[in-house]
Design a protein around this ligand. Structure first.
Ligand SMILES: NC(=O)c1ccc[n+]([C@@H]2O[C@H](COP(=O)([O-])OP(=O)(O)OC[C@H]3O[C@@H](n4cnc5c(N)ncnc54)[C@H](OP(=O)(O)O)[C@@H]3O)[C@@H](O)[C@H]2O)c1
Length: 276
């Protein structure tokens, strides 16, 4: 079990990825993203998850520079957006993201969504970026089992990560089991279901027992399920709170009670049916 914010899981290519990070979806470019990322790094976070479509890569890059922490101590993820998918356009989109972030390599580059008819070509571009040493790891996001099976039948390099919507209302057991079997690290987006889960009575009952918050219980549940997690907050107190999950353990019964909250309910789109 990870015992600190700096603890990592080893991806199938040997790269070490932190179990815990900060998400910056819907965080405004400029002051808001710069101060959130700086607050996170100041409080020990080493992993930041952004995407081209979040339109805040410049601010993330500025925060990294201003943080004073050495680049190689950090783990930076960004993603190629749907409109840029395809081989050449992905290579171009990568250069744009890298330039905005002001970095000379990315730790993890992901295909943001499985755009039909395109994601296999996009993957070829990611394989090239990986072979050229521009990215330390490559992966996908929002891939169901059938997307992964199709990708694997075309790919030369297996994705190292699949980042999916994952929280107590959406445990995606089939995808999780498949990724485990294939050595693909699962990563949770919207781990708090964007705040919806924080009022759940079962989670709050467990939280009271441990003298922790509902958010801390959910994020600890991610780690005990071996899922990388990247909660978003722009509030420094909540950034600190979310990461304070290394001093307690959920019992097997508590884990099961939280697993049992699953109702296959999404806050985002289904990867089989999205229109963006
Ligand atoms: N690959 C994809 O398609 C995809 C899709 C969605 C998200 N993501 C990634 O996953 C990250 C996390 O997901 P998310 O941002 O959608 O949602 P989330 O992390 O589940 O929830 C964020 C919301 O919860 C609030 N919050 C955070 N910590 C809290 C706490 N301790 N107590 C009370 N409220 C708290 C935040 O408000 P405050 O900011 O005010 O604290 C914010 O409104 C994203 O930022 C992004 O990096 C990826």
């Amino acid at each position: 079990m990870p015992s600190s914010l700096r603890d990592t899981t080893t991806l199938h290519n040997g790269v070490k990825m932190p179990w815990f990070g900060l998400g910056v979806f819907k965080v405004k470019e400029g002051e808001e993203v710069v101060s959130s990322v700086k607050a996170a790094i100041k409080n020990g976070y080493i992993s930041i998850d952004t995407a081209a479509v979040y339109k805040n890569e410049e601010g993330v890059g500025q925060a990294i520079k201003e943080s004073g922490v050495a680049r190689e101590e950090l783990f930076i993820t960004t993603k190629v957006w749907n409109a840029d998918q395809g081989y050449d356009s992905t290579l171009q989109a990568f250069e744009t993201s890298l330039g905005k972030l002001g970095l000379d390599y990315i730790d993890l580059y992901l295909i943001h969504w499985p755009v039909k008819g395109k994601y296999n070509d996009t993957w070829k571009a990611l394989e090239k970026l990986y072979r050229d040493g521009r990215v330390r790891a490559i992966g996908v996001s929002n891939f169901h089992v059938h997307h992964l099976e199709d990708l694997l039948s075309h790919a030369e390099i297996k994705p190292m990560v699949n980042q999916i919507e994952y929280h107590p209302h959406l445990t995606q057991k089939e995808v999780h089991d498949f990724c485990k079997k294939e050595g693909i690290q699962l990563e949770a987006w919207s781990p708090l279901k964007q705040g919806v889960l924080l009022k759940d009575p079962t989670i709050n009952e467990i939280a009271e027992k441990h003298n922790k918050s509902a958010a801390q219980i959910i994020l600890r549940w991610d780690l005990q399920n071996e899922v990388v997690t990247i909660p978003k907050s722009t509030n420094e107190n909540r950034i600190i709170e979310n990461a304070d999950i290394f001093d307690f353990e959920l019992t097997p019964e508590e884990m099961q009670r939280i697993n049992d909250l699953n109702k296959n309910d999404r806050i985002g789109s289904d990867p089989d049916n999205f229109n963006f």
